[in-house]
Design a protein around this ligand. Structure first.
Ligand SMILES: [Zn+2]
Ligand SMILES: [Zn+2]
Length: 71
């Protein structure tokens, strides 16, 4: 009867890790994906993350600190 209690909620585990968010699309990055991170080339303060999809699509990002937009 109590089959449901065996189902682990993976999203809870994922929350604890606090994955970084892609600066372009805002989605949490999978640790196993080929995401890249670099500091904003304009202000050098904000750490920008880009997921593999946004890299291949050439999506633009916008720095929340200085408003710089780049490819
Ligand atoms: Zn993205
Ligand atoms: Zn910046």
């Amino acid at each position: 009867m109590a089959k449901g209690s065996l189902v682990a909620r993976r999203i809870d585990i994922y929350d604890n890790v606090k994955p970084p968010l892609c600066t372009s699309c805002g989605k949490p990055l999978n640790p196993s994906s080929k995401a890249v991170s670099f500091y904003c080339p304009n202000c050098g303060v904000f750490l920008i993350w880009r997921c593999e999809k946004c890299r291949t699509q050439g999506s633009t990002y916008k720095c929340p600190n200085c408003g710089f937009e780049g490819p």
